[in-house]
Design a protein around this ligand. Sequence first.
Ligand code: SAH
Ligand code: SF4
Length: 406
Amino acid sequence: MHALFGKTLPELTELMAGLGQKPYRARQVFEALYKQRVGLVEDVTTLSQELRDRLIAEGFAIGLPEIAQTAKSVDGTERYLMRMADGETVETVWMPDGDGGERGDGSEAAEEESAEVVVAEEAVDGGYWSRRGNGRDRSNFGTLAEQGFRRATICISSQVGCAVNCQFCLTAKLGIKRNLTAGEIAGQVAAVLNRHKIQIGKDRINLVFMGMGEPFLNYEQFMQSVRVLVEGIGIPESRMTVSTSGILPGIEAFAKETMRPKLALSLNASNDVVRERIMPITRKWNIAALLEAVQKIPLRTREWVTFEYVLLGEVNDQPEHAREVLELLDGIRAKVNLIVWNPGPGIDYHQPKPADVAVFQKMLIEGGIATYIRRPRGRDIYAACGQLKRTVVEEKPQLVEISAAS
Ligand code: SAH
Ligand code: SF4
């Protein structure tokens, strides 16, 4: 099977040229793949029947991942088992939200939105919207708004498993099976958008590359998926955040990209001794090297680097650690996302005490760093941070609906 999904317009143009077709045919396929998000070559009705038959005969398919299983949390979060063409599976998470606070999806969208509101109000003062006779947020009146949500965030995987071996993470237990292709990464988004009948341009969608795998160990495919998601699907890169455990060459390459998501770095410890223990990769690239590389990223207006910090009871959650974090981040345009560790079977840590979490956050805020506590999403269905692993691996996928509420 040759997957069409994931190809850029130039790649499709080349493919069509190889079949003796004019460039406008590539544009038609591009539109069908990313704007109409069709699932079958047969349904690309802008192409002649003859051309569709030929594509199918030559082994071409759209190649979207298939939602093989669904679990729904009481908080509205949905976790999907996504099945790739070769039968490998990864997990993808859908997090709809209606409030304007720090919602726990990792996207930092609330802040961005409040900035947009200011801009919109200025525009009203300037008469633009008044002239249009419409003062409401025009970017959200699609399917989501009808369901009472302001936005949704999709958390996508970049690899089958992960090689990084962080001691507190369930995905690490899988080891690494293989990289996902750009089409498989962006395809998770298309599959979820189709499921919820989302209209890009009307509904507000954020993406976080925070699922299974380390995006910067699959750098080229990850970046190609970003291009497809921006240029094809139509989600601006400013609404995307990629999280890395700290792959130095990846951060250095990322700093040079012109079209890129925002960055989140999984700091998770306040010194190298603790970090080496919980994230052995620190032996290869230590905190100082990572912070130096992060500071070379040219930030855009209103852009901050997010530092994720998983709080592990008594390991990294004490006041002395908070003081060290403040020293580390001094002078960096940083904000901190505290993540209360989510437990998993066979992982020997414990959750921090609520009082310790509160003190940690207060100390960072008083030290001048915007610090949020990421609300756990979908913990009841194992969809929260660090809980993604393939729950079921089957020969034949079944469409099973599991509802935590029932
Ligand atoms: N591999 C990338 C992105 C996926 S993990 C990375 O590590 O950054 C996304 C976030 O979840 C990371 O910040 C990671 O430190 C955190 N995480 C992993 N396991 C967790 C757990 N059990 N509880 C809470 N957060 C966890
Ligand atoms: Fe991999 Fe991220 Fe889990 Fe570490 S935290 S093992 S990098 S998925």
